[in-house]
Design a protein around this ligand. Structure first.
Ligand SMILES: [Fe+2]
Length: 299
């Protein structure tokens, strides 16, 4: 499960910019435990500041009232506190309880509750406000997983615990898996999020806890979407690119997306079947397993 970090108590309080500048000066290399602990101390100093988030939200609401685009939009429950810099950014995350109206209106799935997943990035999290979301924690070995739907991954249950106030944890990329449960009342966590350019090429998975398998890849990117559009529009170069990348691209996920784009654009079921048969012989285990699934699903 994520590493719980015990930061020695001190009186430091920081604002967002002060905290971000201090982290940028140290750097945030998640592979270096000493550096992670130092950054955790700075995150706690931000967490000791009990007014910055409320003040920031008031400012944000005042800006949106003037018709200006909020600069911190990230997702309905996330607030980007800083832009990415030096391999990290700061974020606040809001976790509604079952009693909150947004939960009742939107449902648990819109807040990722109950959906077991790993992360393709490291991050630190701090329980800032409220009792904190709860999680069932698991671990698995990313390097033994190909990533096709239905693949057994040997999830190991570790424990259920809450991100209680003041708790600091380091979620490790491609290792820690959690399925979150709503907190007893509205809660907020603060994060130092690692970000690096190659991140998007590493898969983030959703898991089926009943079967102990991969349920889907969560981080398909814009390249996959653009491929689908180019091929669906029937552009000759787009189709040629999909055929070429399907055979040769360095990323198995892009190779699969190429076959998907071609199969989606094929109106005739027998043409679709021919494309997936070709995919089965692609030499990629991920593409082969997914192709077998698609042929079974359409049989
Ligand atoms: Fe998560």
């Amino acid at each position: 499960m994520p590493r719980v970090i015990d930061v020695p108590t001190d009186d430091r309080q920081m604002g967002v910019e002060e905290c971000a500048s201090a982290i940028a000066a140290i750097g945030f290399d998640p592979a270096c435990p000493g550096m992670v602990d130092e950054v955790a101390g700075l995150l706690r100093a931000l967490g000791a500041n009990r007014t910055f988030l409320g003040d920031g939200l008031v400012e944000l609401l005042a800006e949106s009232g003037k018709g200006e685009t909020p600069q911190s939009a990230y997702s309905p429950q996330s607030i980007m506190l800083t832009s990415p810099r030096n391999g990290f950014f700061l974020r606040a995350n809001i976790w509604p309880s079952e009693q909150d109206s947004c939960f009742r209106r939107s449902g648990a799935h819109n807040f990722a509750y109950g959906a077991a997943h790993d992360h393709n990035f490291d991050f630190l999290t701090y329980g800032y406000f409220g009792p904190g979301y709860r999680s069932d924690y698991y671990e698995y070995d990313y390097h033994t997983v190909t990533g096709y739907r239905g693949e057994p991954v040997g999830l190991r249950f570790i424990e259920r615990s809450a991100l209680s106030p003041g708790r600091l944890m380091h979620y490790r990329a491609h290792r820690d898996v959690h399925a979150q449960l709503p907190p007893d009342s509205l809660s907020v966590s603060l994060n130092v999020m690692a970000c690096e350019p190659a991140q998007g090429w590493h898969d983030q998975y959703g898991f089926d806890l009943t079967r102990g398998t991969v349920s889907r890849v969560l981080n398909s990117g814009s390249t996959e979407t653009l491929l689908r559009i180019a091929v669906a529009l029937g552009d000759e170069e787009g189709v040629g690119l999909a055929e070429d990348w399907g055979r040769n691209h360095a990323s198995d996920r892009i190779r699969l997306a190429c076959f998907e784009a071609r199969a989606l654009a094929a109106h005739d079921p027998s043409n679709r079947d021919t494309i997936w048969r070709e995919a089965e012989r692609s030499g990629s285990l991920l593409v082969k397993k997914e192709a077998e699934l698609r042929r079974r699903e359409s049989a």
